[in-house]
Design a protein around this ligand. Sequence first.
Ligand code: HMG
Ligand code: MG
Length: 302
Amino acid sequence: MPLPSRVKLVDVGPRDGLQNEKQPVPAAVKIELVQRLQQAGLTEIEVTSFVSPKWVPQMADNAEVMAGIVRQPGVRYSVLVPNLRGLEAALPTRPDEVVVFAAASEAFSQRNINCSIEESIERFRPVVAAALAQNVAVRGAISCAVGCPYEGDVAPERVAMVARLMREIGVQHVGVADTIGVGTPLKVQRALEAALQHFALDAVSGHFHDTYGQALANTLAALQLGVWQFDASVAGLGGCPYAKGATGNVATEDVVYMLHGMGIDTGIDLDGLVDAGAFISDFLGRKSQSRAATAIWNKRTA
Ligand code: HMG
Ligand code: MG
């Protein structure tokens, strides 16, 4: 399989990156982050989630953030929705895409969304139908596609099962998520191949957290299967509140640096992206988790 010549990146920093942040992050800062990401050339941004504010307080300003972003032509804005209530709140804010999220592990499903895998699919069924009826695209995320913080290793068959169920209810695209970043390249390839049993190559993406430092290698392994769409988080922000100890997604800057070095086009301006990462890292009072951004920043200030 030849490597893709172009890759589409979804920056999930404003959502996955910030959802677990303990300090308050004002809506204005989230809006500014979205602005800087689109200025850097990101054409897909996961902005927020319409989940219970009791479960994830940091995303309680979802509607305010969606109302505040300055939409740019050619950029798609997505949001997470766990149920019909979330979809009803999200639709008036005009997302281009909604993301339903299930897990390949029962224990994680219970911890994250308080129901079994099967119940979650039944909950998503009307959500998917209602979103598609409004011409809103629907993506599905499959959490714990390689490993689970509660159950350990997750078999590819579990991923295939969730992918099949998502396909059956009309989900258009699935993201194979290594929620806790335990995956290594061959395991990640097996998980992606499981999703590819039910979705076309153009409808499967990778979502790799970098807890064990494997996310870039896993991205390369996915590229070798022809997968060309990935989620990443600027400055490597984030982690899931229900996956203790798991760190953020692979840093968007690191993925862009690797892809450009391989001659693969992303449409993203790495320098602008480094600025976006510096903006949010400064606000949080934290160093960027991106090695490439840190190197570029050090070179700039030397
Ligand atoms: P529940 O407690 O089972 O549901 O939560 P409920 O229907 O009994 O509702 C509980 C309360 O929440 C009620 O309020 C509802 O009205 C309210 P109360 O009556 O107690 O005042 N509620 C809502 N409020 C706002 N928006 C809603 C909503 N739904 C109910 N949509 C529920 C079930 C799914 C709501 C809850 O478990 C939840 O919100 N979980 C969110 C978990 C989450 O956001 N996790 C992080 C995102 S997933 C992720 O990070 C993984 C990913 O990155 C991929 C990967 O890396 O694996 C995508
Ligand atoms: Mg995630």
